[in-house]
Design a protein around this ligand. Structure first.
Ligand SMILES: *Cc1c(COP(=O)(O)O)cnc(C)c1O
Length: 495
């Protein structure tokens, strides 16, 4: 399987690259990203064959169908990391349980990994694969990430103490939840560096972009014989591990007797950078019976406008902070792969250039019709989200504010009400407890610690030990600095 560039080739780079090349150096010509040249066709017989197989076996078969250039032994070790998720045993691994919430609505819980958010689903195996490739090439890699909360902890966890990879993680001081911050600043492996920035997430992200583009910084890395790679979701190494749980969730519905093999379902996805939804799109193209993929957003609703009107417009917008911060995004990177797949590289280059220069692009009517044959979209305000959290809790299911956005779109985006819907739950309640406590009790301004206790008491459940322990761990990563000092701090860490 080869990977090609979403904005075409500039004549300087290879026309196509292998999977491992796309992972190690994910940026391509004209600022584009790598996408698969074609997708394997899986079909109903593939689904049937995997009905009585566990998650790891399914994942192995899908990776095999992609014919990627990664050794089987590495793939096995990467997938074995799912054994550390809840509810997994070596015999029967199910890292993503699917829970029935009402007759038509099933929730696929993607947060049973070590950092309690869905980033673990892809980053756990990805970390192993990337580090193995780095060792194989005898090359040191630096992974830099700017995080608003979930990617940071998941990236640190997957790379900690791995050979040939060092991670620098920038977060906005005061801009994450207490739990998310503690998950980062209590990490103490030698190959990890966590830096708080005075500023917001955009400041952290733009500081990171500046460094990545800085010739001086790149020259210093070269002197130290260190290459750069990326762990954000433009890296296809993450996306490939996100196809699987869509296929798995569908099979779970068949196993639970909710649908028959071949029946169509809706996939209802809380979306930010569009990695999760893109995984669903590829699964659909590979033959998963999907009626439509529903894109749920918060008040940062650029994707709703794109799918409803064919217009992507960020010229007048700035990011609105919401209670689902992992979706507080205006430039949704993986939409580019959809444009490429539907409309080709010339058109993608044109549209992405317009977005860079005019902060806006518009699809033609026929392009919009094509998009709407696959996707449907709406957004959920914070108040609506809290209402859904409360109502759904009263019916017996506790969910986080990101998941709640999908309950709104479940109500507004389905044309065929006879079909079942899979809602993707992307975070455990423990990661966004003040919002949830507020929805359930009306209490405002609680610390994470108090909110966790309040929810646990109200719901009659335990706070998981991994979260509770965070409050007693030593803070080992105490740097909080100005943007201007980041480069110095990183070079000092690299030694
Ligand atoms: C990252 C994240 C999302 C958004 O996922 P994308 O793949 O970027 O669309 C949604 N919810 C939570 C909790 C997340 O951490």
């Amino acid at each position: 399987m080869k990977f090609i560039e979403t904005r075409g080739n500039d004549g300087q780079r290879p026309e196509s690259v292998t999977f491992s090349e796309a992972i190690l150096g994910p940026m391509s010509s004209f600022g584009g990203i790598y996408s698969p040249e074609s997708l394997p066709e899986l079909g109903i017989s593939f689904l049937e064959e995997h009905l009585d197989k566990d998650y790891k076996t399914l994942a192995r078969s899908i990776l095999k169908a992609f014919e990627i250039d990664i050794d089987d032994s590495v793939i096995d070790e990467a997938l074995d990391l799912y054994d550390h998720f809840d509810d997994c045993s070596a015999e029967q691994c199910n890292p993503a349980p699917v829970v029935k919430v009402s007759d038509d609505l099933y929730v696929s819980e993607l947060w049973h990994g070590p950092t309690r958010a869905f980033k673990d689903m892809a980053l756990q195996p990805f970390g192993k694969v990337l580090s193995s490739l780095a060792q194989k090439h005898q090359q040191e890699y630096l992974i830099m990430a700017a995080t608003s909360g979930d990617t940071g902890p998941a990236a640190l966890d997957t790379f900690k103490n791995r050979d040939n990879v060092r991670v620098v993680c920038l977060y906005p001081d005061g801009g994450t939840s207490d739990v998310q911050r503690l998950q980062m600043v209590t990490e103490d492996a030698d190959n990890l560096k966590v830096i708080g920035i005075h500023g917001d997430f955009d400041d952290a992200q733009s500081a990171l972009k500046m460094l990545l583009g800085s010739e001086a910084f790149n020259a210093r890395l070269k002197e130290k014989n260190i290459s750069l790679s990326a762990a954000n979701s433009v890296n296809f190494g993450r996306i490939i591990f996100q196809l699987m749980y869509h296929i798995h969730s569908y099979l779970e519905l068949v196993r639970q007797g909710a649908i028959s093999l071949g029946d169509k379902v809706y996939l209802d996805v809380p979306s930010g950078n569009f990695g999760n939804a893109l995984g669903g799109y590829y699964a659909m193209k590979m033959g998963l019976p999907v009626e439509k993929i529903i894109i749920a957003s918060n008040q940062n609703n650029v994707l709703t406008h794109l799918v409803k009107e064919g217009i992507y417009d960020i010229s007048e917008s700035s990011v609105i902070p919401t209670s689902s911060p992992a979706m507080d995004i205006l430039k949704s990177s993986n939409v580019e792969r959809i444009l490429f797949d539907l409309f080709g590289k010339e058109r993608t280059k044109e549209l992405m250039l317009q977005l860079d220069e005019e902060k806006r692009y518009a699809l033609t009517d026929s392009e919009l019709a094509e998009l709407q044959s696959i996707f449907s979209a709406d957004f959920c305000t914070d108040d609506e989200g809290k209402q859904y959290i409360k109502e759904t809790f009263e019916k017996g299911y506790l969910m986080d504010p990101h998941t709640a956005t999908c309950f709104k779109t479940f109500d507004t985006c389905r044309d065929d009400k006879s079909l079942k819907t899979i809602v993707y739950s992307t975070a455990e309640w423990t990661k966004f407890s003040p919002t949830i406590a507020n929805a359930l009790t009306g209490e405002t301004g609680q610390s994470d610690r108090d909110a966790l206790e309040a929810i646990a008491t109200k719901a009659g459940i335990q706070i998981p030990a991994s979260i509770k322990d965070l409050f007693n761990k030593d803070v080992t990563q105490s740097s909080v600095i100005d943007k201007d000092d980041i480069e110095k701090e990183i070079l000092a860490f690299l030694g």
